[in-house]
Design a protein around this ligand. Structure first.
Ligand code: ASP
Length: 325
């Protein structure tokens, strides 16, 4: 081989290397899965009956299995997150949809958001009273409007216009949450739901849905519908869904912070989540979050006694946990 030819080949190889330097490695299409939460709070074994625990585990398992099937057949993480959150919204066990907590006025006002990490598009609804599945309304906001968040009556009207299922506010009545309102001073209950999924195309979606905090007043809106506070997704880093005292999550930009630490400080998703929960603790806030990066690495961090949580990745069995580490 002539020296000039060798030189040419080496030059091409060098240019190729320089062009790809700094680019992130391609997503491995065999990696897909999801991680979910059903709220963080004062969840301890002592406070839980075996029957209640079995109920929670069963519902989390059902949601994980449904979401995993969607991803397995090659459908989008957006579809998986919406389906999983809807299942949890339809259960009275969680503080979202059917099981939403009561406001101080004895009504139910629901918040939800969803973010597509491939486009950085997002949608959210706040304070809706008649939308059976707020996560679907959030998705409609993302896909059918150029806005990110709709609130109050306008959001309810929009959801109806989009053909989503509308219910009377009484639909959200559950005796358990009503009693919780009456005993609100005994301590707040969480139970927000969330899901982060990674599909076979390497797209990450995050979604979160809640009834907010028991006894909330004056149209209070928490972190759940706020992109960057309760929900965030970016294919370049990770998807995040949070649960806990929303005021602290808003002030701390908690969900975005996990992604920021990965981008700017090159932390792993686990380390980034841990750091952010430490920050939450430092500010006096309580709660937790789930996160998943584009390689299927997950984090489930919290500073409360427990967090309903589970994941299923790459054909593995579902893993479900409730109590502390
Ligand atoms: N983060 C929610 C809120 O502040 C509550 C929760 O996670 O339970 O509205």
């Amino acid at each position: 081989m002539k020296v000039t030819k060798i030189f040419k080949i080496l030059t091409i190889a060098l240019v190729f290397t320089i062009m790809n330097c700094g680019k992130t490695p391609l997503h491995n299409p065999t990696v897909y899965g999801l991680v979910i939460h059903g709220g963080a709070g004062t969840i301890t074994k002592e406070r839980m009956s075996p029957e209640k625990e079995a109920e929670y585990r069963g519902k989390i398992m059902g949601a994980l299995t449904a979401g995993y099937r969607i991803l397995e057949r090659g459908d989008s993480s957006l579809d998986a997150v919406e389906a999983v959150v809807r299942i949890m919204e339809d259960s009275p066990l969680f503080n979202a949809g059917k099981g939403a907590v009561f406001t101080n006025e004895g009504t139910n006002e629901l918040d939800a958001s969803i973010m597509d990490g491939s486009t950085l598009q997002a949608g959210a609804v706040a304070g809706v009273k008649t939308v059976k599945n707020p996560i679907s309304a959030a998705r409609k906001v993302m896909e059918k409007t150029w806005h990110v968040m709709l609130a109050g009556d306008g959001a309810d009207h929009f959801a109806a216009e989009q053909g989503l299922e509308i219910v009377d506010n009484n639909y959200f009545y559950t005796e358990r949450r009503w009693k919780a309102l009456k005993n609100a001073q005994e301590g707040e209950k969480y139970g927000t739901v969330g899901c982060v999924a990674l599909d076979k195309n390497g797209n990450i979606t995050a979604g979160t849905s809640t009834g907010g905090l028991t006894n909330k007043r004056w149209g209070r809106v928490g972190d759940t519908p706020i992109i960057g506070a309760g929900t965030y997704a970016n294919n370049e880093t990770c998807g995040v869904s949070g649960t806990g005292q929303g005021e602290y999550f808003i002030r701390g930009s908690i969900a975005y912070d996990v992604s920021a630490l990965m981008i700017y400080r090159s932390l792993t998703v686990k380390d980034a989540a841990g750091r952010v929960i430490d920050k939450l603790s430092g500010s006096g806030g309580k709660g937790g979050l789930i996160a998943m990066d584009r390689n299927g690495n997950i984090a489930m961090s919290f500073n409360t006694e427990g967090m309903y949580r589970g994941y299923r990745i790459n054909g593995s069995e579902s893993v479900i946990k409730i109590y502390g580490h």
